[in-house]
Structure formats: structure tokens, C-alpha cells
Write a protein that binds this ligand. Sequence first.
Ligand code: SME
Length: 160
Amino acid sequence: MSVSLFCPEGASKEEKYQALIPQIQSLIAGEPDLIANLANIAAAFKQAFDFFWIGFYLIQANELVLGPFQGPPACTRIRYAQGVCGTAWKERKIIRVPDVDQFPGHIACNSASRSELVIPLYDQDGAIRGVLDIDSDELDVFDAIDVHYLKFFFDHVDLF
Ligand code: SME
């Protein structure tokens, strides 16, 4: 079975999300395994946008534990309310950080990270189960388009 994604050359960020999201939905449709699906989601977004780091942290006991990701090795465990990820978990909100040096308590898993976007992930009952974390090695990379399409994507997949 061949698995490949089509991402239009020279497309805008918005066009890329619009092209990519249905393809990722198809890629994971019918596959019940959480880790397999998160791995493919991380790989697909990494391929399309060449993010410095993209990955998942999943809540286990009272910590976030590193899940499938693409990019350099990262911190394995993040405590509740710690860093951008732990704060997004605590506050149950999307956090966009244009400059990680301005975010008190930011956890620098990699010193190259300059901006970051964290999206909480919920199950069908509305319980928070983890977060998506995307890091860039450039300042202020993430904007309302990223927030809109990533929120839309995770609002419409049944992962957990
Ligand atoms: N910067 C994150 C930690 C995870 S890494 O960036 C992969 C944080 O402050 O929560």
C-alpha cells in the first residue's frame, strides 16, 4: 500500500491546510490505534510545513508524557501547569507564543525553538487527553490561520 500526500507547490499556508486536512482524515480513517494515528498526523504536518518540531504529549497519571513526534529529541515528561504545554493543559486553551523567551516558565527542550503553538486535545466526552505542540526555530511563525485549521482538524477527528 502506498501512502503519499499531495501538497500543492507554491500554495499559501491556508491552501496547504485545505489540501492536507482531508488527506490526513483519510489516512487515519478506520484505524483505531491512537499511536499509529498520532504518528501519521505528526509526519503529515511535518512534511507539509517543515515545522522544526511537531508532536504530541499525552496525559498519563498527572503528567504529560511524550508521544509520537517529528523533529529533534524532546523532553519526556512535563508536569501539570508547567511550561507552555502544562499551562495549556491547566487552562484548557490554545496558547500561541510568538517569542518563547517572553513566556514565563517556557521549557526549552531545544535551544533553537523561538516560537510555539500548543493545542489541547479532548476526547468525545470533553475530557482533556493531551496536547499537540508545534515549535518553530523562527520568531512569531504561528498565526490565526494555524490556530483555525489545527483546531478545526482536531475538533473533527475521533482519536481517543
Ligand atoms: N516548550 C514546551 C516543551 C515541549 S518542547 O517544546 C517539545 C513547553 O514549554 O511546554
